[in-house]
Design a protein around this ligand. Structure first.
Ligand code: FE2
Length: 427
């Protein structure tokens, strides 16, 4: 049917609106009271009663092939990226398609319940049977009823580190992945890292795919591949289809060099995706005290006009043992970790969660406007600040006019000396 009406929803800007959806598209977005619930069937109406309504959330960076494997075969005790890669290497030795599908499907359903309707996942192409790629391409079809899934071919162990890896990467692209990745800081030498960037730029151009690279995900200030990617993207005119994920070494660059790289990113149009859950525990692992936060420079990137998306990266895997596939958790970590606890930062965080992630994903007709997709999320919260503060339950998730998920908020009571009182975490 794909028709639905949500009444009395409060937008991030603060207005109270009615949203009428027909044929999967927002036909009318009007001040509350001007909508016409009577023209919609009773089971296609929802009264938000002044609660927050936003466009659907987007996950721009996750590894669904590794999700749910935390502790198997071992936990990452050092908390380093390197040990995470070692643990994953041991796990994937006998990985199967069904195993990936089981774990990934569960995580996708968590995402859907949290209001996410688009997910970009990386698929490890250095696993010789390409089981992870096969599984995630199959997953793309199986979960198409709830999310749009993009699969990035991701050479976890490097491209030039083994003579088979470039062929495996190309094979993955020919199998039908949506985007191409690399990990230049994990190649053996600086020169190989530069070559890996150029190799995937060539591949992306040849097969007409966007690029999304894990890049400079280290505390080493000598890791300088973001400049190579931005320069290549600029020369080739593909910046608007290119994403630099992580870029944590930027935290440790001297200011003069960081300024150069950020300016180059802005000029090239390359977007950045920050992944605070993972990088809050991975970065600084080799430091004594003072221990660096090791996070990319969100404020300076924003000042330069660079698009900065916000991802979760890992859910229950060797790099980040925690998580429940909630973008609001990732934003909550970021606001602490990147000193974004100011009042103006609330709108910046929501901008990252919605419009910036949509730009990274390449989503069109996105956002609460007439003529756009009839997709939205209602939160058990009066506004964006409180939704972040409580990581509020998503009471309704609509995708093109159809219900994707519902959540009933839980209740709590405190047992006082003079009786019980209901707890309301809203202020
Ligand atoms: Fe990642």
């Amino acid at each position: 049917m794909s028709e639905y009406i949500v009444t009395r929803g409060r937008t991030l800007a603060g207005g109270i609106v009615d949203v009428e959806i027909e044929d999967g598209t927002i036909r009318r977005l009007v001040p509350a009271g001007e909508g016409d619930p009577s023209s919609f069937p009773a089971d296609r109406r929802y009264d938000a009663d002044g609660r927050l309504v936003t466009p659907p959330l987007i996950e721009p960076h996750v590894h669904l092939d590794a999700t749910g494997t935390a502790g198997d075969p071992t936990w990452n005790e050092s908390g380093t990226l390197a040990e995470g890669i070692e643990v994953w290497a041991a796990y994937k030795e006998d990985i199967t398609v069904e195993d990936v599908l089981d774990r990934a499907t569960r995580t996708v359903e968590w995402y859907a319940a949290n209001g996410v309707t688009r997910i970009r996942t990386h698929a490890d192409t250095t696993e010789p049977s390409l089981t992870t790629v096969e599984a995630l391409l199959e997953l793309r079809e199986r979960v198409a009823d709830v999310v749009d899934l993009q699969v990035v071919a991701f050479p976890q162990d490097g491209i030039l580190t083994d003579e088979s890896h470039e062929d495996l990467l190309r094979e993955a692209v020919e199998m039908g992945v949506d985007a191409v990745g690399a990990i230049p800081h994990n190649e053996h030498t600086r020169e190989d890292g530069v070559e890996s960037v150029r190799t995937v730029c060539d591949l992306a151009e040849r097969y007409d795919r966007p690029l999304d690279l894990h890049i400079d995900e280290t505390d080493d200030p000598g890791s300088r591949f973001t400049e190579v990617l931005a320069s290549e993207a600029l020369k080739r005119g593909i910046g608007d289809r290119t994403t630099a994920s992580h870029a944590t070494a930027m935290h440790s660059y001297n200011n003069a060099y960081a300024d150069k790289v950020i300016s180059l990113l802005a000029e090239s149009g390359v977007g950045v995706v920050t992944n605070p859950p993972d990088n809050s525990v991975l970065q600084g692992s080799y430091d004594d005290y003072p221990r660096r936060r090791g996070h990319t420079r969100i404020d300076e990137l924003h000042e330069a006009g660079v698009t900065v998306g916000l991802g979760h990266d890992s859910v229950l895997d060797p790099w980040y043992h925690y998580g429940q596939a909630d973008p609001l958790d990732a934003a909550f970590v970021l606001l602490h970790y990147a000193h974004m606890a100011g009042r103006d930062d609330v709108s910046t965080l929501w901008e990252m969660l919605t419009a910036a992630n949509a730009e990274v994903f390449g989503a069109s007709e996105y956002g609460l406007r007439e003529g756009n997709e009839g997709s939205l999320v209602v939160y058990d919260s009066p506004d964006g600040f409180n939704a972040l503060r409580t990581r509020a339950p998503r009471t309704l998730v609509l995708r093109e006019g159809d219900v994707v998920a519902r959540t009933e908020p839980s209740s709590a009571t405190v047992h006082r000396a003079d009786g019980t009182s209901a707890v309301d975490f809203h202020r």
